[in-house]
Design a protein around this ligand. Structure first.
Ligand SMILES: NC(=O)c1ccc[n+]([C@@H]2O[C@H](COP(=O)([O-])OP(=O)(O)OC[C@H]3O[C@@H](n4cnc5c(N)ncnc54)[C@H](OP(=O)(O)O)[C@@H]3O)[C@@H](O)[C@H]2O)c1
Length: 306
């Protein structure tokens, strides 16, 4: 396994495991099961896509456990997980217990990237920076990441870690063609300035950008897209479909290629073989400039109001 900063920069996509073990939002054991997850891992391995993202809170720890089972004996797969910054977990001992519990579930001695899941006040961020640095010194985390931070909060963490001789290697934010709000912040510039890999989570808008869900599609459960969202997304989805046909790839592949064109690395949720093979088939797609520009224009409403 190459050094994590280099390996993550080279990864065309990171595989998201929020759905693994999650019944209520994603339909674990109703829409897909353990055999599907195993088949997905096999297909991703065959395609050389070997970086997985999870979190201690996903499915109450079951996502980490399933990932640990499926990747057992495979140190060539990289895993990122996330610490949930509950305000009562301030002490070094509490931080380390959470990390050790993740490692036990993942059946690993270390993780390639350990991320703080959400923004916290600056004073708390500085405390956790010290704990993160200590865990790096102990070799149980190979690199440090952050998630869902505003630009000022990211700057605080960058500076706090620098005091310990450490750096933020990756920062993840919700970013896709239907949610471009991060572009109106200083986060992308800050990432460029500090060599931080920008990871785009929910890269397919929780499945909306697969193009399968359209106005009139019946959908139930917690992930159901409101009718107005489907109606608003229709011109964008139609354009994605058109480009997918022209490039002879899937609609999802075009949406992921757009993120790479914007300098972000997609984290895409995959839970069966077909999705894994679809994501792998889309890796070589490079969007022609004209298509990228047109997608920028049609998705401009999702940048939000200035
Ligand atoms: N840091 C954070 O706070 C945070 C928050 C959210 C997510 N994340 C990370 O980002 C990951 C991805 O985000 P997400 O899980 O919200 O969802 P997503 O990647 O936006 O969408 C996943 C869905 O896209 C569809 N899909 C996947 N591969 C496909 C393919 N090849 N062709 C067509 N459709 C395909 C599937 O939809 P169907 O199920 O409908 O088939 C799949 O369930 C998460 O698993 C997690 O690791 C992080």
């Amino acid at each position: 396994m190459p050094e994590p900063t280099t390996a993550l920069r080279a990864a065309p996509v990171v595989i998201g495991c929020w759905a693994w073990g999650d019944r209520r939002t994603w339909g674990y054991r109703t829409r897909f099961g353990d055999d599907d997850l195993r088949a997905a891992v096999e297909a991703l391995d065959a395609a050389g896509l070997r970086w997985f993202d999870t979190a201690e809170v996903y499915a109450g720890g079951r996502s980490e456990r399933l990932l640990g089972d499926l990747l057992a004996g495979r140190p060539d797969f990289a895993v990122s997980t996330k610490f949930f910054p509950y305000p009562w977990r301030l002490g070094a001992g509490q931080f380390r217990r959470a990390l050790d519990a993740s490692l036990r579930r993942l059946k690993r001695d270390s993780v390639q990237l350990y991320q703080v899941h959400h923004e916290v006040p600056a004073a708390l961020a500085r405390r956790w920076a010290a704990h993160l640095a200590a865990a790096r010194r102990d070799g149980v985390i190979e690199a440090i990441g952050t998630s869902n931070l505003s630009a000022p909060a990211l700057r605080v963490v960058v500076e706090a870690l620098a005091e310990h001789g450490e750096r933020v290697v990756a920062h993840q934010v919700r970013y896709n063609l239907c949610d471009r709000r991060v572009e109106r912040t200083d986060v992308p510039d800050l990432c460029r300035e500090h060599g931080i890999t920008l990871l785009a989570h929910s890269a397919l808008g929780q499945g909306l950008l697969s193009g399968r869900y359209r106005a009139g599609t019946a959908m139930s459960g917690r992930r159901a897209f409101p009718v107005q969202v489907l109606a608003q997304a229709e011109p964008l989805l139609a354009l994605l479909d058109r480009y997918a046909a022209k490039l002879d790839v899937t609609t999802a592949a075009v949406a992921l290629a757009w993120l790479r064109h914007r300098g972000a690395t997609p984290i895409v949720g995959v839970h069966d073989r077909a999705q894994a093979e679809g994501v792998a088939a889309g890796v070589p797609v490079v969007l022609p400039e004209t298509m990228a520009k047109r997608l920028d224009a049609v998705s401009a409403p999702w940048r939000g109001k200035s």
